[in-house]
Ligand binder design. Structure first.
Ligand code: SF4
Ligand code: SF4
Length: 475
């Protein structure tokens, strides 16, 4: 079964037009795209998803948990707080698993339904649509904006442009502060920033992310999607003929051309496309989906809404442009269950299992044993074989705790050092100590031994962490 989508070469000089009206209005002037607003089923879905994601983004840093914020990636203290969970650098394997899960989830979704991540959830798309919304409110609809840009500087143009950029910068600043608030306690961040008391590094990052948001959503827009986002480049490796993407039904739409609503297109030798170009005008990446599948398409569905609207007005069936598959367009049946999807699903499941395993194995304490590297062993004045160690006890909880230390593996040992040690919340206690053993009890040159640290959590739960080491003697 051939799963590859054939490359179609477009000749821009060739016109499929049959009508004699003037060419439909495009949404480009030079490299700038003037996106026309659209409403419809997919636009509504996108807007709702965007609202949920935006609310999540802006509200999350303000949610408290105990005496701190619920989500705080504290880079200074090197610990990530996610509600009751504290992730230390030692647990960063969790993030590796999370990244793998995200990557395979993206591969799976892209294989099934194309670039919906880009069209519905990508921050670049969300912020671009927000910026376009404000642009439209201030400067008017897409054709008015086009005219405004072409006219010389007037007072009206000056105040509209000033207002637009001020609003864009304000949104960018709030976005940047919110983003930084995932790494710095939110209330202190806002108080310090607006009272000019923030440190230089905080000011730098706030201004940096403000500039990035303003530049990406205000100026770069589709350039980010087309030329800078790596996902646009490798997505074609996941697409096949059974991938659902936004596509134009050329069999039904061609030959395209304008006509009266009352005329039968068949009598005119026309298909259902009236060549109104609305699908191009609403496209945020400025492409014509009638040219076929293109890497620029972010699967946002705006052209589907625009075309459905036209079809309803003309009294034709909807879905001249729709989410469909290349196979369906060839008149064949789409294969939902296929090896590529099953493969991605299997790896995704395994990675989820690994993630849950690591998550469940996070311990509220960690014990590290470092042997004295200068001397394998020494003989004490009492004739005992002595090994020197440095114990590092990490209290990963947010309460001060007392840890009881212990040793196992060889009978009749002598512990030289404290056995009950208090460790402050989130701190590491470094304890040099030694173990001495009568040579009579030592049977091997190197013996495997085990240290342990036991504590009682405030919940009453008893936790023991263990770490292996070696005991050397002179035999
Ligand atoms: S919106 Fe529909 S009818 Fe209009 S040009 Fe696009 S495909 Fe043709
Ligand atoms: S072609 Fe349609 S779905 Fe693709 S980016 Fe443009 S408007 Fe969105």
């Amino acid at each position: 079964m051939d799963n590859k989508i054939a490359v179609k070469v477009i000749d821009p000089k060739k016109s499929d037009r049959k009508g004699k009206n003037k060419p439909p209005e495009d949404n480009r002037v030079g490299r700038k795209i003037y996106v026309r607003a659209v409403d419809g089923f997919f636009t509504q879905i996108r807007q709702r998803i965007n609202w949920i994601l935006m609310l999540g983004f802006f509200i999350l840093p303000w949610i408290p948990y105990g005496d701190r914020q619920a989500i705080l990636f504290d880079l200074v203290e090197q610990k990530f707080h996610i509600f009751g969970l504290i992730i230390w650098p030692q647990d960063l394997v969790l993030f590796a698993a999370l990244l793998m899960i995200s990557a395979y989830a993206l591969f799976l979704v892209t294989t099934f339904i194309g670039r919906v991540w880009c069209g519905y959830t990508c921050p670049q798309t969300i912020w671009t649509f927000i910026f376009i919304w404000f642009e439209e409110k201030i400067e008017g609809k897409f054709n008015k904006r086009k005219k405004l840009d072409q006219q010389p500087l007037t007072l009206e143009k000056f105040w509209k442009k000033t207002l637009k950029h001020t609003v864009w910068l304000f949104i960018s600043l709030i976005t940047s502060l919110t983003f930084v608030a995932f790494f710095v306690p939110v209330q202190q961040l806002y108080i310090d920033f607006f009272t000019w008391n923030s440190s230089g590094i905080i000011v730098f990052w706030v201004l940096f992310f403000t500039f990035c948001t303003y530049g990406n959503a205000g100026w770069m827009r589709e350039i980010m999607c087309l030329h800078m986002c790596p996902y646009a480049r490798f997505q074609s490796a996941m697409f096949d003929k059974d991938t659902y993407t936004v596509a134009y039904d050329a069999g039904r739409g061609e030959d395209r051309g304008p006509r009266s609503r009352k005329k039968d297109p068949k009598e005119l030798g026309l298909g259902d496309c009236i060549d109104c170009n609305l699908c191009v005008q609403v496209c945020p990446t400025g492409i014509d989906i009638r040219d076929g599948l293109q890497y620029e398409c972010i699967n946002c569905g705006a052209c589907v809404d625009a075309c459905d609207d036209v079809m309803v007005k003309m009294g034709y069936d909807k879905k001249l442009i729709s989410y469909t598959t290349e196979r369906q367009l060839e008149g064949k049946k789409t294969h939902i269950v296929r090896s590529k999807l099953l493969g991605y699903s299997a790896v995704l499941l395994v990675m989820c299992g690994v993630f849950v395993y690591f998550l469940m194995s996070i311990q509220p304490a960690k014990l590290d044993i470092i042997r004295d590297r200068n001397q394998l062993y020494r003989i004490s004045s009492e004739g005992l074989v002595e090994n020197v160690y440095t114990l590092k006890v990490l209290n990963k909880t947010e309460q001060d705790l007392v840890y009881q230390l212990d040793f196992d593996g060889i009978e009749g040992y002598q512990w030289n050092g404290p056995k009950n040690v208090p460790v402050k919340a989130g701190e590491v206690l470094t304890l040099p100590m030694s173990i001495s053993i009568d040579p009579y009890n030592l049977k091997k040159h190197i013996a495997k031994v085990e240290f342990s640290a036991t504590t009682i959590l405030p919940s009453g739960e008893r936790v023991t962490v263990k770490e292996e080491s070696r005991f050397f003697n002179e035999i």
